[in-house]
Design a protein around this ligand. Structure first.
Ligand code: GRF
Length: 201
């Protein structure tokens, strides 16, 4: 299945997807970053994947940015759009257009800790468990139907940094697996529910 991957930063999730692409039947057509300094762009170049930078600060409105983003995505006619550390809020128009085809990874056990600084917030809340969620993207920020989660124990001396490192290890394992379910046609979105092999998740 053809896929386009959106990033904003280091792209370690992108790397795990690149490394597993063949195994998970994903043909990565392009990587798009909203930040030109994103290290993930270098990872895309090293893997000979076409890559684009679309600097959101050069657009006067969110709508204008999303329209341009959509134009780039549509050139590749992807079956899946993967948000791998893409740190932009998307307009409802955009999320509706790609509803059921767009997945996001979020570093918390949703519905806990939507938004930013999830690791510190989990520590501040005294959570004993933290983790990662992958969900379909809807117009609700980090609020679309959850497909899969991995749990990580919070340790006594954890800092946001140490916790994020352990969560990231789980992210790198979980995302390719979920993408594979999608490329195999086993995973879909129906009536705002994630469905795997005809079972509601
Ligand atoms: C990951 O923790 C992801 O869940 C979050 O941002 C981080 C991106 O890391 N949305 P990377 O760019 O994949 O290394």
């Amino acid at each position: 299945m053809k896929g386009v991957i959106l990033i904003s930063g280091s792209g370690s999730n992108l790397q795990s997807i690149i490394d597993n692409a063949e195994e998970i039947d994903l043909d990565i057509q392009a990587v798009i970053s909203n930040k030109e300094e994103a290290y993930g762009l270098k990872r895309a170049q090293d893997a000979n994947i076409p890559n684009h930078t679309l600097n959101h600060t050069q657009f006067s409105t969110r709508e204008a940015f999303d329209q341009q983003l959509s134009q780039i995505i549509d050139q590749y006619n992807p079956g899946i759009i993967i948000l791998a550390g893409f740190m932009r809020i998307l307009t409802a128009e955009f999320t509706q257009k790609y509803l059921g085809k767009m997945l996001n990874i979020h570093p918390s056990l949703l519905p806990k800790f939507t938004g930013l600084n999830t690791h510190q917030r989990a520590l501040d809340a005294g959570e004993s468990e933290h983790g990662v969620s992958i969900h379909f993207v809807t117009d609700e920020l980090d609020g679309g139907p959850i497909i899969a989660q991995s749990h990580v124990q919070v340790l006594k001396n954890d800092t946001a940094k140490s916790l994020s490192k352990r969560v990231l290890i789980e992210e790198h394992k979980l995302f390719p697996k979920v993408i594979h379910c999608f490329t195999q046609g086993r995973l879909s979105l129906k009536d705002n529910r994630a469905i795997l092999d005809s079972q509601c998740l």
